[in-house]
Design a protein around this ligand. Structure first.
Ligand code: TRP
Length: 336
């Protein structure tokens, strides 16, 4: 049986944090163990450039950082193809072909794009670039140039997959049944909140614990986490429901101990400093093996290069096959 190709990706604009770990990374670790799937992870450097075009160093540096993050958590290049988006020219040819099947107003109405434009006002001002507005078209090409893709996504990405499916249907209605309509698989993993209690953990928000943070950095960050503001002295009765330390204990500490922590907090029998130290230790326990692997890959950049090179070659081969069919259907198969 042909394995189902699964596509996920990240924009390399920063290193990955524990929000990614509990979200997309664990999902990918699970998927790569399933024999029915052929998982691909794309490092979306061209998409990252759409809002970082003036900072190519940042994107270049983070392609490697993100690749090392994947390998450090256990993404296995023998099971998962990791590749660099910009190295697949077919995807950009396809982006151009698809641009005839999407209207400007449809892009402007895409909820994901709309939200991002709102968030990026300081970059774009009132007028957004053609490249950024059009990135869903490019993402549709990323997905469809590898046929039969399933796309596990968080809710925020759903409108991009919907837009991709629309493009596929319109394309097929003109050129024949060539493209496979991808399917979104909504992942049940929840979004992890930031150290400050913000709904989202993110680089720009300064509230993230990175997989590559040192032991000291983790401890320092945990010490700054938001706790119940009404609790000033150790014997004040606390409310763990509004405490980020308790929130992270639920992710990193075993269940029985979490119950104990909550009880002690409510009864005013546990100090926040002690509680934070305990949490930092538990986070560090989880991150330690990841850090060790990271150190190995940082010491062997040639291994990382090779993994990316081989993954990209494999991906390109597949994209070329799809492209051949598409060009035939579009009567662009000259000189063959
Ligand atoms: N949009 C995704 C992000 O913001 C990255 C991405 C680009 C992607 N192309 C993709 C994800 C194709 C899944 C499939 O991180």
């Amino acid at each position: 049986m042909k394995k189902k190709r699964i596509l996920t990706g990240d924009r390399p604009t920063g290193r990955l944090h524990i929000g990614h770990y509990f979200g997309s990374l664990q999902k990918r670790l699970e998927l790569q163990e399933n024999e029915e799937y052929d998982p691909y992870i794309l490092i979306a450097d061209v998409q990252a450039l759409t809002d970082n075009f003036d900072n190519p160093e940042k994107v270049r540096k983070n392609v490697r950082e993100v690749a090392i993050d994947y390998l450090s958590v256990g993404i296995d290049p023998n099971k998962t193809t990791i590749y660099i988006q910009s190295m697949i020219p077919e995807a950009f040819e396809l982006t151009m072909f698809y641009s005839n099947f999407v209207t400007i107003s449809r892009l402007q109405r895409n909820p994901t794009v709309k939200t991002e434009i709102e968030q990026k006002k300081e970059i774009f001002g009132e007028s957004v670039t053609y490249g950024f507005l059009g990135y869903p078209v490019s993402q549709a090409a990323d997905i469809t140039c590898f046929e039969g893709a399933l796309v596990p996504v968080g809710e925020d990405q759903l409108p991009l997959i919907e837009q991709c499916r629309e493009i596929v249907r319109k394309f097929n209605s003109v050129y024949g049944d060539i493209l496979t309509e991808p399917q979104a698989v909504l992942s049940s993993t929840k979004r992890i909140k930031g150290l400050d209690g913000n709904d989202k953990m993110g680089k720009s928000l300064g509230n993230a614990i990175y997989l590559s943070d040192s032991e000291e950095e983790v401890t320092k960050k945990v010490m700054s986490a938001t706790t119940d503001p009404n609790r000033i002295k150790k014997d004040d009765l606390g409310n763990p429901d509004i405490c980020m330390v308790s929130y992270y204990h639920n992710l990193f500490t075993d269940k029985a101990e979490c119950e104990n922590i909550c009880r002690e907090c409510r009864e005013g029998k546990r100090g926040c400093v002690y509680c934070k130290k305990q949490l930092a230790e538990n986070i560090n326990k989880v991150l330690e093996p990841i850090r060790e692997k990271r150190a190995y890959y940082e010491a062997h950049p040639e291994i990382v290069d090779n993994i990316l090179k081989e993954g990209t070659e494999r991906a390109r081969k597949s994209a070329k096959e799809t492209m051949k069919k598409i060009k035939e259907a579009m009567m662009l198969n000259y000189f063959e």
